[in-house]
Design a protein around this ligand. Structure first.
Ligand code: ADP
Ligand code: MG
Length: 241
């Protein structure tokens, strides 16, 4: 579904991604771990060209993301749902309007259709009753679930999560992880950058450990957490405890 080949990214003279290869099968949840600054966000951002890769290719469902321009790139981006640490909701629009907006503007859906789809997705994340609320009236966990609903309403082929629970108070993390688990169980293809190792053990098909702009080690949660091979991964995991 998503295939990253020999992805390199430099900012000026600084090479941040050296040569990333990663392929994500339909319905797979790939969980990405690694120290701060290892290039996890840059890799995700390259997938929808928020960052322009220096070299390498990225394919989504067989189509070259890296070769798209203009309107084709806009269409491609809609197929890649992104959820960030900050929720980036429009503060002066209602929850419902937030979930409708890109559907109308980018997918050219009618307002009726967009509203119906938005309500369906808000229902899905357990927030239909907050449709008319303003984002500021919601908890961080609820705002993040709205951001997830907004991404899902565009019918993405893959969902990329960049530390979706890192900005949340601990008691709000569970509600967001629950929605992510549910998405996974429904067969959504997902790449999740996170520090929630319990979630990884429970929900990930594969765990990828990045350090210094390379994939150092990848395997099942049992392999990565139970019998890490590289010294770097062992050191990383030991710092978590
Ligand atoms: P992670 O998400 O794993 O913490 P990032 O992808 O955010 O890592 O960053 C990897 C490295 O790239 C860091 O050293 C960071 O300072 C650098 N970096 C990220 N974005 C930029 C940018 N726009 N310009 C220059 N350097 C950047
Ligand atoms: Mg990051």
């Amino acid at each position: 579904m998503l295939e990253i080949n020999q992805l390199q990214k430099s900012f000026g003279d600084t090479q941040v991604l050296t040569s990333i290869d990663l392929s994500v099968k339909p319905g797979e949840l790939v969980f990405v771990i690694g120290p701060s600054g290892s290039g996890k966000s840059t890799m995700l951002r390259c997938c929808n060209r928020l960052e322009e890769p220096t070299s390498g290719s990225i394919l989504l469902d067989g189509e070259h993301v890296t070769a798209c321009h203009g309107a084709a790139l806009d269409r491609m981006r809609l197929k890649i749902g992104m959820v960030f640490q900050g929720f980036h909701l429009y503060p002066h629009k209602s929850v419902l309007a937030n979930v409708m907006l890109a559907q109308v503007k980018a997918l050219k859906r009618s307002k009726e259709e967009a509203r119906a789809r938005a309500m369906e997705m808000l229902e899905h994340v357990g927030l239909a009753h907050k449709a008319d609320a303003m984002p500021s009236e919601l908890s961080g966990g609820q705002q993040q679930r709205v951001a997830i609903a907004r991404a899902l309403a565009l019918d993405p082929k893959v969902m990329l999560f960049d530390e979706p629970t890192s900005a949340l108070d601990p008691e709000l993390v569970g509600s967001v992880l629950k929605v992510m688990k549910q998405l996974r169980d429904e067969g959504m293809t997902m790449v999740v950058v996170s520090h929630e190792m319990d979630f990884a053990r429970e929900a990930a098909d594969r765990v990828v450990f990045m350090d210094g702009g390379v994939v150092v080690e990848a395997g099942t949660p049992e392999e990565i957490f139970g019998s890490p091979k590289s010294e770097r991964l062992r050191a990383f995991l030991s710092r978590l405890h």
